[in-house]
Design a protein. Structure first.
Length: 242
């Protein structure tokens, strides 16, 4: 996809090539991109003029004002996201963090909602509605969200974090919840183990609960493996830490 800009004293124009397989239609100020059963719609500002030539989308401003140029650049960014979503898709990864009580997270496909039970011992479940465009995969403690619209899938990920937010308690102690660990273009916390226990974090303080939970989970695995080795060889230890 290539961008070509044509600017004069009266208006600013941007051209975008639409990849093969994506159909584009323009109905007044509504631009629709469609591929197979997936589609996205953008409602343009009245000061922007859309048009197309074969597989090229042309967006122009009525005048060369700063506000119109800003709106044009914003729309270009949205259209690029739409094209990437239709061709590749967007994925968010979240992780369930249990510190005090074992949390049970399930997805009801019929009702299209995620059910969160036993958060810090609560008797009533917390529910998060999931739009039809979003695909959910839960393999405890990991949750994956996939969709062709980055705004919709990003909002669902934020809703999950917000739904498990704990209020009126000390967050230094009550760190249970669901946290975003990875989103398009950014990774908050990575976990890697080679010969030693190693953390690779970009924003470690963003989610201390995940760090402490993963450390506890890893130390439990080390104890189990050390016990197995002691039973077999009569010596305590862990081969991965030597």
């Amino acid at each position: 996809m290539a961008n070509k800009k044509n600017q004069n004293s009266n208006k600013m124009e941007e051209r975008m090539e639409i990849p093969a397989g994506i159909d584009i239609t323009i109905d007044g100020q509504i631009v629709t991109l469609k591929k197979d059963s997936k589609e996205t719609k953008r409602i343009l500002n009245r000061e922007l003029i859309p048009s197309k030539e074969s597989n090229t989308l042309i967006l122009a401003t009525k005048d060369n004002k700063k506000e119109q140029r800003r709106n044009l650049k914003t729309l270009i960014a949205h259209v690029k996201n739409d094209i990437e979503g239709l061709t590749k898709g967007f994925e968010y990864e979240l992780e369930i963090c249990n510190v005090h009580f074992p949390m049970n997270v399930t997805f009801d496909k019929a009702k299209k909602e995620i059910i969160i039970k036993n958060l810090i011992g609560e008797k009533h479940p917390r529910l998060v509605k999931i739009p039809a465009e979003v695909e959910v995969e839960i393999k405890t403690p990991h949750i994956k969200l996939n969709a062709h619209n980055i705004e919709i899938v990003g909002q669902v990920a934020a809703d999950l974090e917000k739904a498990t937010k704990i209020r009126y308690k000390d967050r230094n102690k009550f760190q249970d919840g669901i946290f975003i660990t990875k989103k398009p273009g950014k990774t908050y916390l990575q976990w890697q183990r080679n010969d030693k226990l190693t953390f690779k974090e970009q924003n470690f303080m963003h989610m201390p609960a995940l760090a402490s939970t993963r450390k506890a989970r890893e130390s439990t695995d080390i104890q189990k493996e050390g016990t197995i080795k002691q039973d077999r060889n009569g010596e305590a230890g862990h081969p991965g830490l030597k």
